[in-house]
Design a protein around this ligand. Sequence first.
Ligand code: ADP
Ligand code: MG
Ligand code: ZN
Length: 573
Amino acid sequence: EPYIPKYIDVNYIEGSNDKKWSSLSFPWTKKLEVNNKTIFGNHSFRPNQREVINATMSGHDVFVLMPTGGGKSLTYQLPAYICPGITLVISPLVSLIQDQIMHLSQANIPATYLSANMEWTEQQDIFRELCLDSCRYKLLYVTPEKVAKSDVLLRHLEKLYSRQLLARIVIDEAHCVSQWGHDFRPDYQGLGILKQKFPDTPVLALTATATSSVKEDVVQALGLVDCIIFRQSFNRPNLQYSVMPKTKKCVEDIDSFIKKFHRDDCGIIYCLSKMDCEKVAEKLKEYGHKAAFYHGGVDPSERAYVQEQWSKDEINIICATVAFGMGINKPDVRFVIHHSLPKSIEGYHQECGRAGRDGQLSSCVLYYNYSDYVSYCENDVDCRRLLQLVHFGEKFDSGRCGKTCDNCSKVQSFIEKDCTLIAKQLVELVKLVRQQFSAAHILEVYRGSLNQFVKKHRHDSLSLHGAGKHLAKGEASRVLRYLVTEDFLFEDVKKSDAYGSVSSVVKVNESKVYNLCAGGQTIKLRFPTSTKSSKSGKNDATPAKALLTSGKNSLPLGDSSAQSQAESGISAK
Ligand code: ADP
Ligand code: MG
Ligand code: ZN
């Protein structure tokens, strides 16, 4: 009888707020301390590591949201090492698995993996070992496909379970369960079978993808029971963010940026197309860099070679499509450059997250041009961290940025504007379109767009169509975003067709807008005085000039005059 998850009432327990999990008086505390140092070579635990370990070792199902590089592996490898029995780890890619096993073998922790393309005799050797009382493995890694397809594997897991030797089940990169995540893997959805077959074995799900829909999908699909959730901020203090206008001389700009601030450092340049990867790599080589390209069209042996050269520092710059990412474990990536726009802000956060895993200062530079700008680039006011973290449902006080993004480091004067009318009109408009459309669409209508979609839905006939015509686009979108972050409006998802394709729609929080609409509340926002200046609309952005902030580790951030020139170009469009 298949287990059909019900999409209601998941019991989460917030572990992050419970002091109990930080206690130093668990029976295993001493062992944790000692082995973290001697076996794993760490001086201490990072945020939430001890707490997660204590919760999983207490036998609970645990769900961990921790940013890339936060140290998720230790939360199962250390328990695996000190607990009797074997820990089963599900991981999406063989390359990731091999990397983990290499690290484990350096620490003398016996681990192995099974994958479909392994020789059968080799697999049999591993199965045979698993049946032994003296089985030497502490960890067994498998891909989700293996769990779905191999009855032999399941039989061996059953045997281990009945001998009480299946210590823990770990689902790494657990967001792959969810269609909402950016790397959906159908076989991950079948992993619920593990909890059904092995109800007494604690499950530990790990991911760096934090949206609540992903979280719910994971908990449901895996069938986690009264699961304890640990989450922590996705802010990465050691990354410096900036956005630069993309000119025809983009690769030259990249070259001088690298030579000036990251000479001989290791970095990734994300490009949109395979051809771009090759072109950019070629040019950088001409400029004297040790660069190579990496994309889905390169054959696997060549890709493996490039990756290896890169990890040995024989090559220090890789021009890649997003195919190059998961599985990259290099701690000292000093810069991530986006030669073209990332697909989503979530993808952007992930891709930038590959820089500075060792905690050292690193740069994330995004080049954009006017035809493909997004609101992240268009925004010349708000902290870049805040703009990213809002997406993860996190509120961020931009004071904490400490001028480590281009917007915060700008010297500019602000005027405070009363945006109450705009806010009311936007709320009204969301209602007029029956709370069925996206934020981008609301803004189009508000600014009086006459595009096909607006016409098709007859939104050009609404009373508020074009009510915000006189405003710069950035202005209305800032007010709209403010309304979302302050809970006047909220973004919801709707399934738009039978194939389960989804879209995001804006809805009204009635109880919160009541006062605003009744005239009992004013909304004031700060705008830079420069945004309202020249509306020349020229695209002649001066080459990005480095603007140094104070402090010895400073990195270049956007030149504010070039930036605001670019912005006024956009708003005049
Ligand atoms: P994640 O899976 O969360 O992206 P990893 O588990 O791969 O991160 O860890 C990232 C890096 O941090 C690794 O190089 C790891 O050795 C290091 N690391 C993890 N925990 C600690 C710690 N407590 N102290 C020092 N370094 C750590
Ligand atoms: Mg990991
Ligand atoms: Zn900032």
